[in-house]
Design a protein around this ligand. Sequence first.
Ligand code: NAD
Ligand code: ZN
Length: 348
Amino acid sequence: MKALTFHGKHNIQYESIPDPEIEHPADVIVKVKVCAICGSDLHLYHEHEKGCDHGTAMGHEFSGEVVATGKEVKMLHTGDLVMSPFTTSCGNCFYCRIGLTCRCINGQLFGWREHHQGLHGGQAEYVRVPLADATLMKIPEGISLDEGLLLGDILSTGFFCARQAEIKPTNTYVVIGCGPVGLLAILGAIEYGAEKIVAIDSVPERLTMAQNFGASIINVAHQNAIDIIKNETDGRGADAVMEAVGNTATNRLAYDLIRPGGIISAVGVCTDLHLPFSPTEAYNKNLTYKVGRCPARFMMEQLVPMVQQKKYNITSIISHRIRLSEGAYGYDIFANKKEDCLKVVMEV
Ligand code: NAD
Ligand code: ZN
């Protein structure tokens, strides 16, 4: 089969790799119909995250059709259209039972293999899905393949980020980063009742999108976010900051923007070694810092009714549709924000 494979920094290749096979009776094979490039793929693309085997199929955002099932699979059948969270989960362990499916003791991340162990990703013609009954969801009535793909990661992540911010109507919320995740965190904050959301980025088109989604905006290229937020909150700072970038500078900005007793909800994947504030600084603000991977499988179920209602135009964040064979170009325009690229979906 053809796949987009990792070959080191800024080197994604469209090449042939062996077709996946059922390796365990709980596996299914999905024929991918659409897949997408995520901000998380960029950490690997830029080689901020080390250790992934060269030749690994990239990607963890996909939806498609079941074409083979292992003997233990009960809920899924050949021909079912399915959407997938970006990690697998068993549905049975302590973490799955408390809704923290991203920490399933049997879970794995798509598109990450080390020393030949791990899973190929969904930027491929076919993908093997372990623990398929608990991992995959049949795409419900009224949900498109694109919406399914967004539910599997960034829609769930944006809403998870907002949920962790413990939204209350009268408070002031800040979203740092207006990439796909930050934009969907804005919608999440609105859904959970926020009336005042300020979005921060330096890319004008992305800020315009944030504005269209209902946020007021700050362009950090030429505005001082700390002064503006302090002015708007009687000098206190934001009640919660949703961090959707993942670096030292944005975590520091989140700290500087938060009021005492506030919450930083960080979903950006930060590969730096240390947090940019000290224990004393955290103490002095009575800070709550929530960070981590989104339990996408859990969130998907919660969000399905909202997506079915078409309450928000979530697919409007998809700026580019290309073929899987054009994936290297897709990575380039998404990583380097060329052609006003916001989200690349690839048809397989
Ligand atoms: P993206 O790269 O498209 O978006 C990042 C945005 O941040 C860009 O618009 C960029 O201009 C902006 N930005 C960069 N530096 C900034 C700064 N100093 N101040 C303000 N804005 C700044 O990526 P994305 O797809 O939106 O993903 C965002 C982050 O979320 C990534 O780190 C990704 O790995 C992470 N993520 C986490 C989870 C999770 O489960 N926690 C899931 C999906 C994605
Ligand atoms: Zn992702």
